[in-house]
Each structure stands twice: as structure tokens, then as C-alpha cells.
Ligand binder design. Structure first.
Ligand code: RP5
Length: 169
């Protein structure tokens, strides 16, 4: 087996089809921005249900600590993943289709008692990545400091916009 210097991924990003990748890529980009290794996979709750069950059931043993699952339409991927793992699962409803993602939002967010999926906005893969980082950061002081710096940077950006508006007004 090929050896790499890459650390084991701590975040797993799943999507129901490669057509979801343009949306879901944002989650991987956020992880990379924080220097956290993630793994990205395509598997479907409907087309490859056995693969999804196997992936989610073995996620803890493989070192993963948070899972992100994005799908569109009858978006059952995040829920099925949550059914098979004790890890926190973040759901991303992928937009498009005749209902513009409302179907995916409801299918992802309306989980039964006992099996939560932390659902972000339609197309909100960037926030899903950030939430996964924040979850990891609860047990990782260095990562927590990075999140603090990120939020400080966000605040600086808003203040800069306000300053520019005041100057131009
Ligand atoms: C869902 O169906 C996928 O997550 C995707 O959003 C949608 C369309 O899939 P493809 O027909 O493009 O493979 O299961």
C-alpha cells in the first residue's frame, strides 16, 4: 500500500452524486483553509445504500470525528448516515431541481427524535465545513484559536465595510 505523509482525515464529506460536487466543494475548501484533512466521497442512500451503511458504520474506527452529507431532491443521505454512526452528522440540502432545494431541505432537516442531523441552509456547504471545524475545535485548543481568529477576521471585514461606507457617504 502506498505510504503518504497525509494525516488521517478527521472529517468525512459525502454527497449523493458527483453533480453535488460544485456545491459540496465549499465544505472541503473550508477544511483545507483550517489545515484539517478531510476525505470526500460520492455515495447514495438510494443507489448504493449498502456502501453508505458500511462507510458510516466504520467511520469512528477509521478516525473520522464529524461527517458532512449533502444531497438534493429526496435527500436521505445525511439521515441514513446518522442512523449508522454515533458521530455528529451535518446535512447540506443541495438546491436545484423543480423545487429549488426545498425538497432536500425538508428531507434533511425533518429527522425523527433520537437521530439528529444538524442541517445548514440550502447550498450551505461552506457553513457545514465551518461547523465541522468548530465541533472538532471543542477538543483541540489550537484549532479553537484558529476559529477565534477567523471570527475576528469576519468582524474586521464588516468594520472595514462600515468605514468605507462612512467615508463614501
Ligand atoms: C440526489 O439526486 C443527488 O444527491 C443529487 O443531488 C440528485 C441528482 O443526482 P444525479 O442524477 O445528478 O446523479 O440523490
Amino acid at each position: 500500500m502506498a505510504q503518504t505523509d497525509q494525516p488521517a482525515p478527521r472529517i468525512g464529506i459525502l454527497m449523493g452524486s458527483d453533480s453535488d460536487l460544485p456545491v459540496m466543494k465549499a465544505a472541503a475548501d473550508v477544511c483545507a483553509g483550517f489545515g484539517v484533512h478531510c476525505e470526500v466521497s460520492v455515495m447514495s442512500a438510494h443507489r448504493t445504500p449498502g456502501d453508505v451503511a458500511e462507510y458510516a458504520s466504520s467511520a469512528v474506527e477509521r478516525g473520522l470525528r464529524v461527517l458532512i452529507a449533502g444531497a438534493g431532491g429526496a435527500a436521505h443521505l445525511a439521515g441514513v448516515v446518522a442512523a449508522h454512526t454515533p458521530l455528529p452528522v451535518i446535512g447540506v440540502p443541495v438546491g436545484g431541481g423543480s423545487l429549488n432545494g426545498l425538497d432536500a431541505l425538508l428531507a434533511t432537516v425533518q429527522m425523527p427524535r433520537g437521530v439528529p442531523v444538524a442541517t445548514v441552509a440550502i447550498g450551505g456547504a461552506s457553513n457545514a465545513g465551518l461547523l465541522a471545524i468548530q465541533m472538532l475545535a471543542t477538543g483541540d485548543p489550537a484549532l479553537l484559536e484558529q476559529v477565534r481568529q477567523y471570527k475576528a477576521h469576519l468582524a474586521d471585514e464588516v468594520r472595514e465595510k462600515n468605514r468605507k461606507l462612512a467615508v463614501g457617504g
